[in-house]
Structures are given as C-alpha cells and as structure tokens.
Design a protein around this ligand. Structure first.
Ligand SMILES: *[C@@H]1O[C@H](CO)[C@@H](O)[C@H](O)[C@H]1NC(C)=O
Length: 432
C-alpha cells in the first residue's frame, strides 16, 4: 500500500493545479500591468524595481499581474554566462510570490536576447510557482507567448465571463518591413480562427504597440501623455481584424517608456499603454515616477469602458484626464517607425549631437549601442561593453546583420539612453 500511496502523491505533485481567475463578489477583477521592468542593468536598479512592484501590489492587491514584456534588458547580457536570466527572474518574481498573486507573462523584444530562448523563459516562469498562469503558444505559430486566460463569474464555474489574451509581438521586422516587430501573420490567423471564443468581453496585452496606437492618438480621444513617438511596426499584420474576431475591446501595450496614454481608436477598440515600471533602461520622463497601470474589469462590462488608473511608486494614483487638443496636435504622428527620427545619420560628421555640447559627454557611461542598418530601420541595440572590446565587424557578424549599415552610435544617460527619449538627449557617433 505505501507504494500505491507514493504513486498517488507523485501523480498529484506532477499535476499543475493552476489558479482559477474569478470575478469578486462585487463583480470586479483587478489587473496590475507591470511593464518594461528591464531587470539586469545594475543591481541598484533591480532592487528599486522590486520595491516598486512590492509597493504597488501592497496598495492595489490585484487579482492578476500581467508582465507585458521587456522583463530584462537582454541587450546588456553580453555573454555573462549561463544563469544570467534566471538570476534576474528571481529578483523579478520576488514581489508576486511574496504577495501570493497570480501572474501571466508575454515577452518583449529584449527578453530573448540573453542566455535563454523564448521556450526556456516560459519553462522558468511556469516552474517558479503554481501562481504562474503563463502558457506557451502552439508551436506552429510565430512567437512563444500567445494564449488566453478565462476569468470566471464569481458564483459559477461556467466556461468564462471574460477573457484575457496575451500576444507576442516578437522583436524586429513585420511583414517584410524593417522596424519593430508585430504579432506575426500566422498568429493573427490563429487568433481569428478562435472566433468561438468571442462569446465574452475580452482584452489583450502585447509588448510592442500595434499601429492603431498612433491612429488612436491622432483621433484625439485621448487621456495621458505621449512623450516619445509610438514605436510601432512599419508593417501591418492585420491584427485589428483578428482582435475584433475574438471580441477584444481593449489592448494594453508597453515598449515605449515615455508614453502612458490611453486612447480610443475609430474601430471602438481602446489602445492604452502601461506605465514604465522598471528602473533599468531609459524613461520614464524625469518628472514622472515609476508605476503601473491598473485595470478594473467589471463583469458584463466592455473592457473598452473599464476603469483604469496609474499607481505610482510613492502610492499616489493618477486618474488620467483628457489630453489637450494642442498636445494631441503637437504630437501627431504619421509614420509608425518613429525611431527613425531618433537614429541620426552618420553621413554628416563623426560627432552629431542633439542639444548637448560635446564636453557634456565626458564621464557618462555608455549604456547601449545602436547599429543602424538603413536610414529607415529601427535602431538595433547591442551590449554596451562590446563597444569597448569588440570591433564593429565582430558585432555585425554576431548579430548576423547582412545589410550595409550606416554607422554605429551609443546612447548615454543614467537611466539608459537618456531620460528624455531617444535623440533629444543626444548621441555621439563613431564613424563606422
Ligand atoms: C463581446 O463583448 C461585449 C463587451 O465588450 C459584450 O457586450 C458582448 O456580449 C460580447 N459578444 C458576444 C458575442 O457575446
């Protein structure tokens, strides 16, 4: 008999008894979106970021945390050796574990640049605790974190009362165009094919903002700020139609650390940024604090109408008011690949500075390098210390860049590439 008991125990321990998500007796469900945590820049930043998470979890006590990508600054990995991501993940997951809060992850463009590939990151995430609701996509579609989570009504185990989609916007390139990544075409087809799941209100989280963020800003029905261009993909994989097919009425992204606006698109779908949570990398703007977006779903309500606010690291709450039409006008954007304007061309001079006199560079630490491929491509970031130790040609071969690139530059600033967004702070170039 002890043998049978052991078998049963073994069986039980291998079953992943995952947490069921459920509306409260007040018919609410609260999500905290931690975005762009960027662990791995330096230990002090990592500690501060964990403190931000802990405070926000204490204040908000959400039903679910969504990590919406760029968990780490994988671009700074630089062959630190195995165990790099795992160590960062330990810092990252400390707060949710301590608060006993379930979480779900979708990856960003920097997560797969270090020692773990996408599937290995997912395994690490899932093995941390049964609080992890992260799943891996079917293998035949692009990306590794495309899945959904059902939220049940508070008083029933009926299939679902609302649904959360997690989507993977990959890294670079979309529909054969240079620039930022997007939810790939095969994933968009897979999503459209799930139309049987359109029976309940749904919302989605994705790292890189799809082009509709730009259009939604331009429409003027906006709350919150746009302090850098929307760094959306230059291609359009048709995500909007697929979102409609599964009844998604609100999409939350990360990626642009200096933006936190929440806007209504002409399709009736709401497109909103999170709020930069992590201390690593650039942003948020110097006069902002770090924080998180909170989304309060109500059973039966469209997520497009859900109440949402920003909780800051000092505990204060921002209820974003309407953005002035002057601000909307001043920040209108017509091209998705906003990063272009911020990757300066090296054709002119070896030193091309934006508002910063050359002397001011001295003493700063290079945090990141950008290699520019073509005039219209997005900047590609490379680890800072490779600049010091590696020839440009080696960098190029390491990233397997085949195009002729126009040059090399690196960004400065205590929080990454300048707290004022790309370019305005300045870059110094080395002729390639
Ligand atoms: C789709 O979601 C809306 C709210 O966003 C909801 O009112 C509607 O019932 C859902 N559609 C279907 C077919 O159930």
């Amino acid at each position: 008999m002890p043998c049978q008991l052991a078998t049963v125990l073994l069986l039980l321990s291998t079953l992943r008894l995952s947490v069921a998500l459920r509306f409260s007796w007040e018919n609410t469900f609260k999500i905290v979106q931690f975005t762009d945590l960027h662990y791995g820049t330096e230990y002090l930043h990592d500690q501060l970021t964990t403190t931000v998470q802990k405070r926000i979890l204490e204040w908000e006590r959400p039903d679910l945390v969504v990590f919406s990508g760029d968990l780490v600054s994988g671009n700074l990995y630089s062959e630190a050796g195995p165990g790099w991501f795992k160590k960062r993940w330990e810092y990252l997951s400390e707060a949710v574990l301590e608060a006993d809060t379930p979480w779900a992850t979708t990856l960003g463009n920097h997560d797969r640049e270090a020692d773990l590939d996408g599937p290995a990151i997912i395994r690490l995430d899932q093995q941390t605790s049964k609080l992890s609701l992260t799943q891996q996509s079917p293998s035949e579609i692009e990306g590794v974190t495309n899945y959904w989570l059902d939220i049940h009504a508070h008083d029933s185990n009926q299939p679902a009362a609302a649904r959360i989609w997690l989507l993977d916007s990959l890294e670079f390139g979309c529909q054969g165009r240079d620039g930022w990544g997007c939810v790939g075409p095969s994933t968009v087809r897979w999503l459209s094919a799930q139309h049987k799941l359109a029976d309940v209100p749904a919302l989605a989280f994705v790292h890189i903002p799809p082009p509709e963020f730009m259009a939604a800003w331009n429409s003027g029905d906006v709350r919150g700020s746009k302090s850098e261009p929307v760094n959306c993909p230059s291609g359009d994989s048709g995500l909007l139609q697929a979102l409609k097919a599964v009844n998604v009425s609100a999409v939350f992204s990360g990626h642009d650390h200096d933006n936190n606006f929440d806007a209504m698109h002409s399709s009736g779908i709401r497109f909103a940024y999170g709020h930069k949570t992590g201390y690593g990398s650039y942003g948020p703007p110097v006069d902002w604090q770090h924080g998180a977006r909170v989304v309060l779903l109500r059973q039966g309500q469209a997520p497009a109408q859900a109440e949402s606010w920003i909780r800051l690291e000092d505990g204060s709450r921002i209820d974003q008011g309407p953005t002035s039409s002057e601000d909307v006008q001043a920040q209108r954007q017509s091209e998705c690949d906003g990063s272009t304007a911020y990757c300066f061309s090296l054709e002119a001079s070896p030193y091309k500075l934006f508002n910063i006199p050359p002397g001011d560079w001295q003493g700063d630490t290079p945090m990141s390098i950008f290699v520019m491929r073509t005039a219209r491509s997005a900047c590609i970031e490379l680890p800072a210390d490779s600049l010091l130790s590696t020839r440009l040609a080696d960098l190029v071969s390491r990233r397997a860049l085949t195009e002729t690139f126009t040059g090399l530059s690196y960004g400065y600033g205590s929080y990454g590439y300048g707290s004022y967004g790309y370019g305005q702070y300045g870059y110094r170039s080395h002729s390639g």
